[in-house]
Design a protein around this ligand. Sequence first.
Ligand code: WTA
Length: 652
Amino acid sequence: MSNDNLSATISALLEEKRHFDPPKDFQDKALVNDQSLYDLAAKDRLAFWEKMAEGLDWFQKWDKTLEWNPPFAKWFTGGKLNASYNCLDRHIKNGLRNKAAIIWEGEPGEQRTLTYWDMYREVNKFANCLKKLGVKKGDRVTFYMPMIPELAIGVLACARIGAPHSVVFGGFSPDALKDRIHDADSKVLITADGGYRRGNLLPLKHDADIALRECPGVETVIIVKRGDFPLHVKEGRDHWYHRLMQQAEPYCEPEPMDSEDLLYLLYTSGTTGKPKGIMHTTGGYMTGVLATTKYVFDMKPEDVFWCTADIGWVTGHSYIVYGPMANGATQIMYEGAPDWPDRDRFWEIVEKYGVSLFYTAPTAIRAFMKWGDQWPQKHDLSTLRLLGSVGEPINPEAWMWYHQVIGGGRCPIVDTWWQTETGAIMITPLPGVTSTTPGSATTPFPGVSADIFDEQGESVPVGGGYLVLKEPWPSMLRGIWGDPERFKEQYWNKYENIYFAGDGAKRDEDGYFWVLGRVDDVINVSGHRISTMEVESALVDHPSVAESAVIGINHELKGQAVAAFVTIKDGYEMGGALEKTLKDHVTQKIGPIAKPEKIIFSADLPKTRSGKIMRRLLRDIAEGRALGDTTTLADASVVQRLQRRYEEEVGA
Ligand code: WTA
């Protein structure tokens, strides 16, 4: 089918508001193909989660399933377990010893397969290395790594000894790394000499050294050797991973962790300039990821799972490290870019390893769509049996393309809504049960009480509003590291004792959820969360900038992109040169993901009489809408001038 024909078909299908029932042969073999899980959870939510928790190995069973003192929840209290034991030890005892755990491909093409037995040995040894270097239960360990198996080994080793990890995405700048090391107060950093991305070298240790100049608290740095990248080794502080491992003892007793002991911190952007360290604990989190990995992906022993996320984001934590490994899965881990050396790299990998379950982001799907059908068509993708999507709303057109061109029309698609804060998938189809509709994440996972509220806190049966979670769930965040007030303020203030997700959503006549995107000052660029305030502070940090206001604008591929309105100080010249300087400045302060797509210079910004910038008006301008209420503006002529400038700049 030609592209034109395909789009015509897609539009036609959309007009029909198509439903896709689970294919019969998929359904017949699915782990769940009836309402039983939903019924169980509806009858007794806690009994449902207890049943899910029984899928883990506990050293000591819990006394109480839930202690709820809003907004603080404790799950499975009194229970003792270890996450690395659940991901490794129990499998090597249960006959999976020589099953492939991670099949890794480096971007340049190297391949490594680590069995559960290999992973077990590496994790045990590395846990002993950490202990020997003085890392103790409760110490935070920061990672700044490429996508190599040692990252998974490292975090599991931390989990084994009870040292919470804080993984910082390797694409973040030294400045961003520094802030996260300070906030977590980490004394140990684990990094690599470098990694590969689109044929380029990411000089991670070099960048880490820049951050470390301002991190005197870091006493120990461990460097994994990925390539032959030049670097500086600081005597006494820096250690090579492979040297430490040569002398390591083979077995490390897994620390019996309390169910509510901290498993990890993961920094994410919120509505202020300061990233927040989201806290996840052990028993509830492991229960959530174990259950959702199994049932959302219909994961069976013979499956080959591939989640294309980076472990630097929550998707990689939950659906590369903990969920699949707790389930004893075989999975693919790939280091690099989807278009290196060519635009069929992902499909080559799917074919080569016979991937059966594939989980990626809408941004990637839209890029594949744009690159054209010829790339996937070069490969045999017949091993695929289920496709997943996460990170941003998927537009129906991309959904249909994914379904037809990648899934050959035979694979159910699970569009999964969740967040760093929720720890695990919250709204999703169950592939053997739910009839799916392109663009909708459908209904809550069993045991999850999602709803849509209006401004007053009334549930909206059909129509739009704010997405909320009404009851605590096991994998929920336990707080923001070092800032309990912000935790309450951010998530629990809008409605009493109800978790407000920060997303807008609508519910259709079938009761299906359509997540529309953020309603706060967070922009979702290619599925990565960026706070407008963070970009604004990076901009005003530059000597030329007097003031800035950052908003998200729609973007064909990225979903959203960053647009910055900037007023500059006297003595600087507006124009292309300064625009580039400012874009580079943001990249340097935060990282390439936050780089503004567009900078609009302006003599002034629309403000209320009390001096607050009216971002809503900027969004109206950027999206070419009629201007909303302008009566509170201090100077109404500002917006007309801005509108003209915006049109000149972006040709809107
Ligand atoms: C958005 C990523 C629509 C949403 C797992 C959420 C989605 C934010 C979906 C969390 C989806 C995630 N449909 N929007 N299926 N999945 N989002 O913390 O705005 O990086 O609040 O977690 O991504 O992003 P985060």
